[in-house]
Design a protein around this ligand. Sequence first.
Ligand code: GLC
Length: 797
Amino acid sequence: MKKFTVILLLFLVTVEITAEFKFAGKITNYKKFDNRIEFTLENAKFNLYVLDRNIIRFRYTQKNDFDPAPSYAVIYEMPEKSDFSFHESNDEFIIATAELTLKIAKNPCRVSIYDKNNNLLNADHKSFGVAFDGDDIRCFKELNANEKFYGLGEKSDGLLKNGKQYTLWNTDFPGYDTRKDELYQSIPFFIGINNYKAYGIFFDNPYKSHFNFGASNNRFYWFGAEKGEMDYYFIYGPDVKRVISDYTKLTGRMELPPKWAIGYQQSRYSYYPESSVRRVAQAFRDRKIPCDVLYLDIHYMEGYRVFTWNKERFPQPEKMLSDLEDMGFKVVPIIDPGVKADPDYFVAKEGLENDLFAKYPDGEYYQGEVWPSWSYFPDFTKEETRKWWGDKLSLLLDQGVDGFWNDMNEPAVWGQNFPDIVLFDDNGFTATHKKIHNVYALSMARSTAEGLKRHSNKRHFILTRAGYSGIQRYAAVWTGDNVANDEHLILACTMSLGMGLSGVPFIGSDVGGFIGEPSDNLYRRWYQLGAFTPFFRGHSAVDTRQREPYNYSEFVEKDVRKAIETRYRLLPFWYNEFYNSSVTGLPIMRAMFVNYQDDANAYSHEAQYQYMLGENLLVAPVLISYDKFKKLYLPDGKWYDWTNNSVVEGGGWIIKEVPLDEILLFVRAGGIIPIQEVVNYVGEKEIDSLRFLIFPAASSEYKFYEDDGVSYEYKNGKYAVTKFILDKKDKNIILTTNKEHKGYESGVKKYEFLFVGVEKPAEVIVNGSMTDEFNFDNNRLSIQTLASDNIKIELKY
Ligand code: GLC
């Protein structure tokens, strides 16, 4: 009797579970096409697309047909024909590309992916695989004991994702803490690293999605969403760099921004009236603190109505903007999506007349509450709306603004969500808020970028708070409303690194902390970090003290000016890194393991508090305001310690004292860093000489990119690339430069080559002739030449 009850109970439990979760089941049929296999499963349709030798798309639906609506994220064109072999055996199908072998078990359907040496890279969980629970979809994967997970973009709990679970749902959470899960951005892309080999998974589903990397279970990891398709791309590396780069092949890359956007940017909530803006501008120039951009936060508008000016505060916007332009400032106003529901307001009227706002299923336009009070929300998933909004930007552009700052675009309605029944066009396919929420900001940024492009041939600058995979195509991102405390200084570093791993290179934080007051030291340390993050903007909340560097004591001002000046000195270096990133999709600011994938130390917890800029510069910021020391890891090889001009042997952790006015910088062996003089703003004067800091402890190559910094002419070949080859043989060093592409003439007339960490050579030969026209001092050797196309410098010992 007892036994019978247990069996009955077990039976009931099984029935209940299967009644809730439906598994995809066995393969019942298939059809092969030139670029894919279409499988029919018991409970689903499953298409496997071969995009490339290392990129496979897995797409499952429970419905009769796949969703015809286009992806918001993926811009990669599926090849019509791809190269793969296909075999069927009794119990599995085998699909092989030049790099991968996919085994698809038939009963039940399970995917296992191998490299060419038969190493298992990734597998569906043997018991669960793909499952459905009503609309809810899941993919269960085998959890490998040694596997490390990274990615998911903007997360505030450090880089490593193991043992944790996450939700992606764009959320406005001012003053978020170190374990706030849902934040402004949703990037459903992660990287798995197993025995130093990497793959990536991009789960292209904009609905609220969930990821569990072995949280509260030791059997599997899983990802899924509350609706939509189980549609994911597997990207094999094994190099982390290739995984990130190929992820951005799918979702797009950052465009090369205008050079001024790489300079220092000053913001505040808010600078008004006009006299205040002018005062800030003047103070920067008077105090000679370099600055390129000033921001106008919500108070510039009339009652927070977008595309208007408050005429009392800003009686003559054109005049102000042109005067600021004369002083070398670009101006970026905030534009939130909410359009005040005011029947007399032209933007509301146009939107209603032309049916451009999101609406309820009964046809009434949705209104939500935000800065202007009750507001309509443009439906950016509708082509007409995108065009209309993009054209509206001309109102401000024609008056002289230089870019746009998109905020509250999660979309945020005072910490709440739109009701899920609100409808959007979804590019003609109609969808509810459930699907569009996470791609709202992406669509707004697209509309903005397209509007800017229609307006002029100038490169655009857009800053956004919210986003989804692909946001890097249109906008720079800042990490939202942080707090002026040590935890957030740390987050400014790790969140920026997380975004870089997730395909978004143009990233930074509110320097100084948005909410609250930083101590003097926190303020200093944050500027030092900010000067070494791709997006560098000081910003502060409405109720804080004036936060511009000149509003601090002369000691703090001096140290902060030094940090900003360092940024400007390194502008050619930064610009080059931006260029590289726009071509490769790789982060500019890189977690250590991106460059040092085979080095266990690069994955350690503490290694996330330092990073590489490109290939050559290691940055070790002080992230605890009261610390006077920094512990950091130097990978194998020689490193040039920029702060004290010494050479250090890597391969271990070191602790260094860090004076208050410094940030630790190390140049990798073979590193070449281009440097210019400090200017007050980009374009203040023609830069006629460049210095190349060279640490010739190893042979290397470096490509140096130049163009006009403002237009799209580089796309027509108007750019220059100079290749540097550093050849180290025994002790002798030969540097050759060679102009590989000559489409652009910069004003640079002179080069200085500064070899650091060297001994005095017996002979210095420049372009074949021995010379004694060089300076040698303290292991630094400086040689000046004309900036000709081909230069050869030999240091003989
Ligand atoms: C939000 C933004 C912040 C801005 C403020 C006022 O809090 O994140 O940067 O200053 O709104 O517009």
